[in-house]
Design a protein around this ligand. Structure first.
Ligand code: DC
Length: 224
């Protein structure tokens, strides 16, 4: 009987975390949990309700009051706010530009971390984000820190956007990624940092399949 372990994948924007995590989860028949989508959902809801993105108290209340649910589907993980599907709208450039500011508030993080820990409690999960190994699942059996050069990450986002019909330039995306990396790494509450016991995976020169296979090999080792 293979163990239903917890796999934590952290890293900066555009490193390929969600694409790779999805494949790993599918192969292992584990649940994939995209924590970035949860912070995006809070950001979207706050924007809809015209809540100031500097108002820590009001943002925490928004996070506490909304019901976030995740649901697997053939098209990937779907995300809902109070039963309404928001999978696409939480990925618009407007939400992307604001999410780091919202995710920096400790109160918002506390609400999200509790929900994430509940979702992972049964094991058999692949969770990706920024603080999974360091704060959400410090007991995870496998921790991976995925990164790639900022040029490569911007190139990947550009291709993503093209496929989704969003106009952008590589230069503008690189600047936006650098700014988000800076905010996510320099914030006080659970900044993006590699956990001391996480394995570093540089995906700059890896295909999606190669990166997924690296993680699967590590996972099988921990599952016996
Ligand atoms: O992975 P993503 O680009 O969808 O994440 C969106 C933002 O959410 C990211 O810029 C930082 C924040 N985030 C976080 O602070 N902690 C997490 N565990 C996941 C995401």
């Amino acid at each position: 009987m293979m163990k239903k372990i917890q796999i934590a994948i952290d890293g900066p924007a555009g490193a390929g975390k969600s694409t790779v995590a999805k494949i790993v989860a599918e192969k292992l028949q584990f649940t994939y949990i995209d924590t970035g989508a949860m912070y995006r959902a809070v950001t979207y809801q706050a924007m809809q309700q015209h809540v100031s993105l500097n108002d820590a108290g009001a943002l925490t209340t928004v996070a506490e009051k909304m019901k976030i649910t995740l649901q697997p589907s053939a098209q990937g993980q779907l995300i809902f706010i109070d039963g309404q599907e928001v999978t696409q709208v939480v990925r618009t450039p407007a939400v992307t530009a604001n999410v780091s500011q919202v995710a920096a508030h400790a109160g918002v993080r506390a609400v999200m971390v509790k929900l994430q820990q509940e979702l992972a409690s049964a094991g058999g999960v692949v969770m990706d984000g920024r603080d999974i190994a360091t704060h959400v699942l410090p007991q995870a059996e496998l921790k991976v820190y995925m990164s790639a050069t900022v040029e490569e990450r911007a190139r990947r986002r550009f291709i993503d956007n093209e496929q989704r019909g969003i106009a952008s330039t590589v230069e503008e995306l690189q600047r936006a990624i650098e700014e988000r990396d800076r905010q996510d790494s320099e914030r006080e509450a659970s900044p993006l940092i590699q956990a001391p016991d996480a394995i570093f995976l540089d995906t700059t020169h890896l295909t999606i399949e190669e990166a997924a296979n690296e993680i699967l090999t590590l996972a099988y080792d921990k599952m016996v």
